[in-house]
Design a protein around this ligand. Structure first.
Ligand code: ZN
Length: 447
């Protein structure tokens, strides 16, 4: 047995070791070694899945081999040729209960390589600060790998799900999802999954609170056109095409201001109001040096990106456009191109409840708390994801990507995710997947 003196000696040695370790920490702030988990993430990031020519075959075969190595069932569908949907399944002990789906998309937006500090498909892992730079690091290849790593860890721990867990990888989300998720949700293979809940991508959070999204805004592409009598550029007369168009632009600009003011005053989040942004103006008669300057054109056109939160009545919006923004009385016409559904199969707004009316909500919320996380007030996503197609089928869906203390860099130059944030996300999904797949309430009914 150690004497007090000897014990003291041990304490001194111990304190020396601790201070040496602390010194190492201060010298090397970045502590996460490259492990197989991170190298799998980087491997997935290196596939160039950017539009307009995403490589789908290589990442699908990579994910398939990872899934097989952890004992998941693998299926691949092609609802549109060349656009694979990969479906992985971990069967629950009661497969008659509605299952849970974890979705992500395979594709990414392009990257302007010369504006990046590191090539966007090299997945550079900075030894200084642990940042992993790649197009798709946040949007959304992180979750695609985190799902699998969480399942790997749960399996290794002996956990067995009650409900079946599915993981899907879909193409073309970044160009609207029409050949991907939109086709997938209409298929008999999708119906056979008997889904109770879908989790899909969310967005990074610059604070220490996780963000969760219960709805997306629906995009409309609006084109308004004006016609009017042409005439000499020196003449003043009523109802020229340009005058008609500019009056509309003024009215739309005022509407935009009132919506923006509501958000600026703090009465609503930016994603809770209607956004209208002019994206092009087209008119004039071309000349070899530019435009004919002494002639008033007979046609003029403008394009707008309009985003509607699910709380807005699309019929009232259509009425506003036809009566105020492009009225026939001012020789105007318009075209609305709806980029996806606005209501679900029962005609309800595409929103997933985040209260007691949705039994999945508290299970999800509790899982985040159990993982040591804090959850921000649920939000509407300002943009659009594949969840709208799932919600259209009446299936509750949350947008969630576990990235805290991370700047929002999706679609930006130098998109990155820190290795520590990525690894913590795996732990969070272990709680989320195990909780949701153990949830006993037999909510057999579609909500
Ligand atoms: Zn995305």
């Amino acid at each position: 047995m150690a004497t007090p003196k000897l014990f003291h000696f041990f304490l001194v040695i111990l304190s020396l070791l601790v201070s040496a370790a602390a010194k190492k920490t201060s010298l090397e702030p970045h502590q996460v070694e490259e492990d197989t988990t991170i190298s799998r993430f980087r491997q997935y990031l290196r596939f160039n899945t950017a539009h307009p020519n995403p490589n789908y075959a290589a990442p699908v075969s990579f994910l398939t081999s990872v899934a097989l190595s952890i004992g998941l069932q693998v299926k691949t569908f092609e609802f549109v040729p060349g656009k694979p949907v990969l479906l992985l399944t971990w069967k629950g002990s009661n497969p008659s209960l509605p299952s849970v789906l974890f979705n992500s998309h395979l594709d990414s937006v392009p990257a302007e390589e010369d504006k990046w500090s590191h090539p966007p498909f090299s997945a550079f892992h900075s030894p200084e600060d642990g940042k992993i730079y790649a197009r798709g690091a946040q949007d959304d290849k992180c979750i695609g790998i985190q799902y699998l790593e969480a399942i790997r860890n749960l399996k290794a721990s002996g956990f067995k799900p009650l409900r079946t867990v599915h993981v899907s990888y879909v193409p073309d989300e970044e160009i609207g999802g029409f050949d991907g998720s939109a086709e997938f949700v209409k298929s008999k293979e999708f119906e056979a999954l008997n889904l109770g809940l879908v989790l899909d991508e969310g967005q990074a959070s610059p604070t220490d609170e996780f963000r969760v999204f219960y709805a997306d805004r629906s995009p409309w592409h609006l084109i308004i056109r004006a016609i009017g009598a042409p005439g000499h550029g020196s003449r003043l007369y009523d109802n020229t095409a340009m005058e008609n168009l500019m009056q509309s632009v003024e009215i739309i600009t005022k509407f935009r201001e009132t919506q923006f003011d509501v958000a600026k005053a703090g009465h609503a989040a930016l994603s809770e109001v209607v956004s209208v942004n002019a994206v092009y103006l087209k008119s004039g008669i071309p000349s070899p040096t530019g435009f004919v300057m002494n002639m008033q054109p007979s046609e003029a056109e403008a394009g707008f990106d309009v985003r509607l939160p699910p709380t807005v009545d699309p019929n009232l919006m259509r009425e506003k456009i036809s009566k105020e923004w492009a009225p026939a009385s001012r020789n105007m016409t318009y075209e609305i191109i709806e980029k996806g559904p606005l209501r679900d199969y029962k005609g309800r707004p595409l929103m997933t409840a985040t209260d007691d009316s949705n039994p999945w909500w508290s299970v999800f919320e509790q899982a985040i708390i159990a993982a040591g996380g804090k959850l921000k007030k649920p939000e509407i996503l300002a943009s659009t994801t594949d969840t709208r197609f799932m919600r259209q089928m009446g299936i509750p869906a949350f947008g969630f990507s576990p990235m805290t203390n991370t700047p929002i860099l999706l679609h930006d130059h130098d998109e990155f995710l820190k290795d520590t944030v990525f690894l913590r996300g795996i732990k969070v999904y272990e709680f989320v997947i195990s909780s949701l797949s153990s949830f006993e309430e037999a909510s057999q009914q579609k909500l």
